[in-house]
Design a protein around this ligand. Structure first.
Ligand code: HEM
Ligand SMILES: *[C@@H]1O[C@H](CO)[C@@H](O)[C@H](O)[C@H]1NC(C)=O
Ligand SMILES: *[C@@H]1O[C@H](CO)[C@@H](O)[C@H](O)[C@H]1NC(C)=O
Ligand SMILES: *[C@@H]1O[C@H](CO)[C@@H](O)[C@H](O)[C@H]1NC(C)=O
Length: 448
């Protein structure tokens, strides 16, 4: 009950991929970026951003880059009649007033304006993936941006090269553009502007366009084919399901169930889960290639885990075949059990790295941590208890069997010791009552 509830929260958290990332340095100034799904896919195309702040600012700037020099900068200030903003694209040349840049393909969109003492600019940029001085990958999880603003009187100019004086506040930030990816709106901020922390005026100057309604629905489902977010979501649901639920369940069933064919239930269950994992890995590799994240811990460990698990069916079958021959634990038994436990555990941990990578909500990370640790602990408890139980059972078998051996052979202490030693050698590492699979005293005697 509790588990399924947390699981629901996790699924919800992974599906809640925002289409905009927002950064607010304070003073009611706020910046937001959206990368439409097709742009995220193609690596180039239109992106959208919003710059907003109070009219107590003389100008507000936002730029692509990590320092003024070489940055693609966008400044907004009040236009000549004070009803709208002037959008001024500029190139940073150093720590001095940046020059106007006519090569930037930027457009001021509907919803921009000055009202309620707020300046808002909704902007589309068609060539922001590169400029003279730098480039930006639209799938970068740590894209660099600079910002600055100046308190003071309105500039009231329609010129994109109006002279402005130095900022009063400035800084840098990184934005995870993967969280900004999604949608196909031609003006994504007309409906979301009033949901930012600032009390934006755009709500009063425009009503949500039909395009933005379309974008909000494509965030949750549908979307363009091959939408990165959809694949991320599928990957982020299938892989945790397999590692956190299905693999531990398959491991526990061989300890808890004791009917004859349980080994084949285990085998089928685990191999099916492995196939799910292969699918999730395929998606993961595609995501990692598209978003250039193949060199992250999560990607590398994921590939190692999936590769390492390939040994499990091999060692499982080998164990089973040898077991059928010898009736006891054999060379493949411990490798299968312990390799399986270790690699599945590593896979569970790697899910946490994945969530970290996607910059998910802490709510999602906490839900994952809870479900994963509950499942893993349950698994360990089952292992420990069935191990303890098997020791007791082996003890019983040993006593009874030694007794029958004694009855038959007279009280030969050498015989008794030899028999006890053979039971010890062949004793199951954990309980596995299934007569089909675990050494019976008869089988042991045959083995001997
Ligand atoms: C991807 C595939 C597989 C995985 C991940 C896997 C994993 C595991 C794990 C973790 C255990 C230990 C259970 C515990 O925690 O106590 C286990 C036990 C076992 N597995 Fe598998 N397994 C896989 C496939 C198979 C196959 C194909 C077979 C045989 C046909 C098999 C036969 C067994 C048997 C007989 C045991 C019990 C061994 C013993 O306790 O002596 N497994 N498996
Ligand atoms: C981007 O990709 C979409 C389909 O994925 C395609 O329709 C569109 O023309 C591409 N745009 C550019 C600029 O390549
Ligand atoms: C500001 O200018 C943009 C671009 O021309 C326009 O779409 C918007 O409606 C204007 N806002 C106001 C309040 O006039
Ligand atoms: C926010 O804007 C609304 C009008 O759109 C106005 O009534 C309200 O007073 C404003 N609130 C603040 C805190 O500025």
């Amino acid at each position: 009950m509790y588990i399924s509830k947390s699981w629901g929260a996790l699924a919800l958290a992974t599906s809640a991929f925002a289409q905009t990332v927002t950064y607010s340095p304070g003073d009611e100034v706020s910046y937001a970026v959206n990368v439409p799904a097709s742009t995220a896919e193609n690596g180039s195309g239109d992106i959208y951003f919003q710059i907003s702040g109070p009219t107590t600012m003389s100008w507000i700037g936002f730029g692509q880059g990590s320092q003024m020099k070489g940055s693609n900068i966008f400044m907004i200030y009040a236009n000549a009649d004070g009803t709208n903003v002037t959008l001024s694209p500029r190139l940073g040349t150093g720590e001095q007033q940046p020059d106007a840049d006519t090569s930037a393909e930027v457009t001021l969109l509907d919803g921009s304006g000055i009202s309620n003492d707020m300046m808002v600019a909704n902007v589309r940029c068609s060539n922001c993936n590169s400029w003279s001085g730098g480039t930006m990958s639209f799938t970068d999880s740590t894209s660099s941006w600079i910002y600055a603003y100046k308190t003071g009187s309105a500039i009231d100019s329609d010129s994109v090269s109006a002279s402005v004086s130095q900022h009063t506040q400035y800084g840098t930030t990184t934005l995870n553009l993967q969280n900004a990816a999604g949608g196909s709106s031609s003006n994504p901020f007309t409906s979301t502007a009033d949901s930012t922390s600032s009390n934006s005026s755009s709500a009063s100057s425009s009503s949500p366009s039909s395009a933005s309604t379309a974008s909000s629905s494509s965030g949750g489902g549908g979307g363009t084919p091959g939408d990165v977010n959809m694949v991320i979501m599928a990957h982020a649901i299938l892989a945790p399901l397999a590692f956190v639920l299905f693999f531990p369940m398959g491991a526990m069933m061989i300890r808890l169930l004791s009917f004859k064919g349980v080994v084949w239930l285990h085998a089928g269950w685990m191999v099916t889960t492995y196939i799910i994992v292969l699918g999730a890995m395929g998606m993961g590799v595609w995501i990692a290639v598209v978003t250039q994240q193949l060199d992250t811990y999560h990607s590398i460990i994921g590939l190692i885990v999936v590769g390492a698990l390939l040994l499990q069916p091999v060692s499982g079958i080998t164990h089973h075949l040898l077991y059928k021959k010898t009736g006891g634990a054999n060379v493949a038994t411990y490798p299968h059990i312990w390799w399986g436990r270790a690699i599945v555990t590593l896979g569970i941990i790697n899910g946490g790295f994945g969530l970290q990578l996607s910059d998910n909500t802490t709510q999602g990370e906490v839900a994952y941590a809870i479900v994963a640790s509950v499942m893993w602990t349950l698994w360990m408890v089952v292992i420990v208890f069935s191990f303890a139980k098997s020791r007791r059972t082996v003890g019983r078998i040993q006593k009874k069997d030694i007794y029958t051996v004694e009855m038959r052979n007279g009280n030969s202490s050498t015989e008794r010791m030899r028999y006890a030693a053979s039971i010890e050698q062949n004793s199951p590492p954990t309980n596995y009552y299934n007569q089909d699979e675990w050494p019976t005293p008869q089988a042991s005697r045959r083995y001997r």
